[in-house]
Design a binder for this molecule. Structure first.
Ligand code: NAD
Length: 721
């Protein structure tokens, strides 16, 4: 089927875009529109042209799959198309419904008139991909909607309903823009050219009627490029905008470049001069690592829901009701996810007291949201009503899915899964939230291992977006597909992981933490390591993170590993810290000291002494480790384990690993995740640094042996992604 059509209604040609799902302006569609415009202009029986999309989208903009490919520039490119429409001798009317975003809005701005449904969604969201609108949007939108409104939209990337933009005079800008709009409002400037009419009822009929009026009244063609672009206090306004945005943009260069481009719309002598500033800004941003990272995250999120051997049309098991076993830290948060999505959920505990405590925590969580104005009191009650406590397995037997979140102990899990096997209805999905235990063993406690899957939530489970979906050896495809879909329903980002100790995220973080500890042995202090990596962009350094999660948690795991592998080297400093009862925030001391009612971490002389004493005992002469080395060692420890995880097929693709780190571990978005970061540094250089680390005194040479996949890609000059 063609992605566009051409139809004649009386003396008006209608070019309809039909390139699902969002009418992305790929090469074929651009050709179709241009052909339609040419055909209408050549036909003496046509007086006007209507360009229309589908109810859900006029156009979502450029086809970003064409980014960095020859197709993007292939003619007619977006500029050529917009120019041709603007120069059309016959009036072109954009009829806008649904999403009208990015290149889609730029296309509409190239038309002579625009009519829209009130609820059409208007945006130039390029900044969210680290770019600026590169199809003339920074030059035409300020002319059509006014400088301030345009700047707010372009810098924030936020979506505004057409109705609101039709009353531009009264408009309050979206979040970031509000500050700008309020302080330097210019009441004398009343832009009116963005929408000529808001259509009620059928869009195409409205657009055809409007076209009839334009022709009958012989209205002059309104070319946005010819409109004036002024601001009464331009210099002060842009200065103010730059100051405000600089602070909000963090490491991202795009928002300031957006301001430069909009400013050029005001200061340039000609339209084309402004367009050249826009073009230069776009090309600059396209090549920045920050934009590459944002686009990687955008595509990575879409990619991670696809599982190669599970067809997209796999029939799903209906999930209408759920149950959670265990109302502790995780169980409570997981239950909230279901209630928030309107799915009734039963929470089962071992005892009445734990149950009451668990439900109390849930209620207090919701109450805090009410206090912050994020939830109404009625919604709180509605959600609590969806969460039913029980002590009896018979009460949950009909649930479509049950998620176990009891103590991390194989014997406890065994009892629970045997009971679930005996009580749950056939076809119920039996999920475990275990962080470290073998999901295949857990499945083996049942006679229906095909129904067992891991759903590894992150703490706090009602907040964190990441969900590792652990695929057991026998997990059925429809169980996997159902859980992936359910994740979306409860607003999580699901990433599939194979079964291994720690799955993707924690297995890698184990290496990172081990390297952090080794640096203490060698000469660093916890605060130095944390500061270096936090400055680089991680939300929290390894020691602050460990204090938050509880140092005893990793201690327990270490003790298990020591028992299994007696030859294994000990993490003496970390073990001694726990032996001293310094479990972290929960005991008011860990790697740092904490004060009541204060979450700040204070360096503690007692910890320093513990570290220094150990070095003396072990005969280690401490050396200064600089911040750059700290960062490289921590991040490359992640990368090397990531490469192994990829090679073993635990992760399906490198971008899945990056999505885990961006959404579950506070990895800085502008760096795109550990694997993309390594790609951007260059794998050859990464592998070389690892070999250098291997030779340093005190290093674990085996640890730094580049994983075979990494070594291979580095040698071939290739990348993970
Ligand atoms: P928790 O100790 O806070 O809660 C466990 C709850 O399970 C307790 O309320 C306990 O009363 C209940 N329970 C114990 N045995 C039971 C049984 N036989 N039947 C019913 N209820 C029982 O622990 P948590 O931190 O919520 O961890 C739960 C699971 O989630 C563990 O497998 C853990 O590894 C995993 N996990 C924890 C985190 C985290 O950050 N805490 C993150 C991801 C996964």
């Amino acid at each position: 089927m063609s992605v566009s059509s051409y139809q004649i209604h009386g003396r008006t040609a209608v070019i309809a875009m039909n390139n699902p799902p969002v009418n992305a302006l790929g090469l074929e569609l651009r050709r179709g529109i241009l052909d339609g415009v040419d055909r209408a202009n050549a036909d003496a029986a046509i007086d006007a042209i209507v360009l229309i999309g589908t109810p859900s989208a006029f156009s979502g903009g450029a086809d970003i799959r064409e980014f960095n490919t020859p197709k993007m520039l292939a003619e007619p490119n977006l500029h050529t198309l917009i120019g041709a429409i603007e120069r059309s001798a016959k009036p072109v009317i954009a009829a806008i419904s649904g999403g009208c975003m990015g290149g889609g809005l730029e296309l509409a701005l190239g038309c002579h008139f625009r009519v829209a449904l009130a609820d059409a969604q208007i945006a130039l969201p390029e900044v969210k991909l680290g770019l600026l609108p590169g199809g003339g949007g920074t030059q035409r939108l300020p002319r059509a909607a006014g400088v301030e409104i345009a700047l707010n939209m372009i810098v924030s990337g936020n979506t505004v309903p057409a109705q609101q933009l039709a009353q531009t005079q009264l408009l309050r800008g979206p979040s970031m823009g509000r500050v700008l709009t309020d302080s330097l409002r210019s009441p004398q400037y009343v832009p009116d050219a963005l929408f000529d009419e808001i259509v009620a009822g059928d869009l195409q009929s409205g657009a055809l009627a409007f076209a009839g009026k334009v022709v009958a009244e012989k209205r002059p063609l309104k070319r946005v490029r010819d409109l004036p672009c002024t601001h009464p206090e331009a210099e002060a306004y842009f200065q103010f905008a730059r100051n405000t945005v600089r602070g909000m943009a963090g490491p991202f260069p795009a928002p300031l470049r957006c301001i430069d481009a909009v400013a050029a719309a005001v200061t340039s002598k000609t339209f084309d001069e402004g367009l050249a500033v826009e073009r230069a800004g776009f090309e600059h941003l396209l090549a920045t690592p920050e934009s590459r990272a944002l686009r990687h995250a955008f595509f990575g999120e879409r990619a991670c829901t696809k599982i190669p051997d599970v067809p997209e049309d796999t029939p799903l098991r209906p999930i209408r009701t759920a149950a959670v076993i265990g109302a502790g830290t995780m169980g409570g948060g997981i239950a909230m996810n279901f209630a928030n999505a309107g799915i009734p959920v039963k929470v089962l505990e071992a005892g009445a007291e734990a149950l009451e405590r668990g439900l109390g925590v849930i209620r207090r969580n919701y109450e805090n949201q009410v206090k912050k104005g994020k939830l109404t009191a009625e919604k709180l009650e509605a959600r609590m009503a969806l969460i039913q406590p029980t002590l009896d397995y018979a009460a949950i037997k009909d649930a479509d899915i049950v998620i176990e979140a009891v103590f991390e102990d194989m014997d406890v899990k065994k009892t629970v899964f045997e009971t679930l096997d005996a009580t749950m209805k056939p076809g119920a999905i039996l999920a475990t939230n275990t962080s470290t235990l073998d999901v295949d063993r857990i499945a083996s406690f049942t006679k229906r291992p095909q129904d067992v899957v891991g759903t590894h939530f992150f703490s706090p489970a009602n907040v964190m977006r990441l969900l590792e979906v652990v695929r057991g050896a026998k997990t059925a495809k429809d169980v996997l597909a159902t859980v992936m879909k359910l994740a979306k329903t409860i607003k999580k980002l699901p990433v599939v992981s194979g079964v291994c100790d720690g799955f993707i995220g924690n297995r890698m973080i184990g290496r990172y933490s081990a390297e952090a500890l080794r640096m203490l042995d060698e000469g660093a202090l916890p605060q130095q390591v944390d500061k270096a990596i936090e400055k680089w962009g991680m939300a929290m350094g390894p020691f602050r993170m460990s204090d938050l999660a509880g140092n005893d948690v990793s201690w327990l795991i270490r003790k298990r590993h020591y028992a299994e592998h007696p030859q294994m080297p000990r993490a003496v400093i970390a073990d001694r810290l726990c032996e001293a009862g310094r479990y972290g925030q929960k005991t008011s001391k860990g790697w740092y000291a904490y004060k009541p009612g204060d979450r700040s971490a204070y360096p503690d002389a007692e910890v320093e002494k513990l570290i220094v004493d150990y070095r003396k005992e072990a005969g280690i002469t401490p050396r200064r480790i600089d911040d750059a080395e700290i960062v490289e060692r921590l991040i490359y420890a992640l990368v090397n384990e990531g490469a192994r995880i990829l090679e073993e097929g635990i992760a399906l693709r490198a971008s899945d690993i990056d999505m885990v780190y961006l959404n579950g571990y506070g990895f800085p978005l502008h760096r795109g995740g550990p694997m993309l970061h390594a790609d951007m540094v260059g794998l050859f250089g990464v592998a070389r640094r690892m070999r250098e680390f291997a030779k340093q005194p005190g290093a674990d040479a085996e640890f730094w042996e580049p994983a075979p996949l990494l070594a291979k890609l580095a040698a071939e000059g290739k990348t993970f992604n």
